[in-house]
Write a protein that binds this ligand. Structure first.
Ligand code: E4P
Length: 215
């Protein structure tokens, strides 16, 4: 299972990379809008920090323009994965880009049918948004289960990238289902390492260690 971080914040990326378990980064226009500096410089810096797929999203809505924008984004670094939305034009652009060997991450996926089209179009990743489905009272993880089942049925190579993750339970469920990738906000990566019983246990061990005779 690959771990991506869902941020454009350099400090968060550095801290997550320090853990030694980071395989890639996902950004989107909203995440880049929170940061200072030119977006191309930020993406370049991220590519220097993490050796793995770094998602950068196109903002064009029409297929020809998506393809041109994608080509520009790819010039930033060889590890850029172009994010393309699951729209009609997005599927057309994805097919063209993947035929050219460009890594495409199809984003804003909310249905198994969109995921099926993404796989047929040759996307490297499909990003179903679980948190946003939960937000409207649909169980986001049900979508992950369906997509994994469909991809297994036909042995598609598109990787299931669980996105819009809100909490550690999304991570547990994704791992149990066998999702290929999960992209997590920094907060969730930090939460994964924590357990109150570990802290309590450590405190007790250290207190008892003081009572142990050392000579
Ligand atoms: C990542 O690829 C997505 O853009 C991101 O996970 C969306 O998350 P949000 O629903 O919290 O904005």
């Amino acid at each position: 299972m690959k771990f991506f971080i869902d941020t454009a914040n350099i400090e968060e990326i550095k801290k997550a990379a320090e853990l030694g378990v980071l395989d890639g980064v996902t950004t989107n226009p909203s995440l880049l809008a929170k940061e200072d500096g030119n977006y191309k410089d930020i993406l370049k810096r991220i590519c220097e920090l993490v050796d793995g797929p770094i998602s950068a999203e196109v903002t064009a809505l029409e297929a020809d323009n998506m393809v041109s924008e994608a080509s520009e984004l790819c010039k930033i670094h060889k590890n850029i994965a172009v994010k393309v939305p699951c729209t009609r034009d997005g599927f057309i652009a994805t097919k063209r880009l993947s035929d050219k060997g460009i890594m495409v991450n199809m984003t804003l996926c909310f249905s198994p049918l969109q995921a099926l089209l993404a796989a047929k179009a040759g996307a490297a990743f499909i990003s179903p948004f679980v948190g946003r489905l939960d937000d409207i009272s649909h169980v986001g993880m049900d979508l992950i289960e369906q997509i994994i089942q469909i991809y297994e049925n036909y042995v598609f190579s598109t990787e299931v990238l669980v996105a819009s993750v809100r909490n550690p339970l999304h991570v547990v469920e994704s791992a149990l289902m066998g999702a290929d990738v999960i992209t997590m906000p920094f907060k969730v990566i930090e939460q994964m390492a924590k357990h109150p019983l570990t802290d309590i246990g450590l405190e007790k061990f250290l207190a008892d260690w003081k009572k142990v005779k050392k000579d």
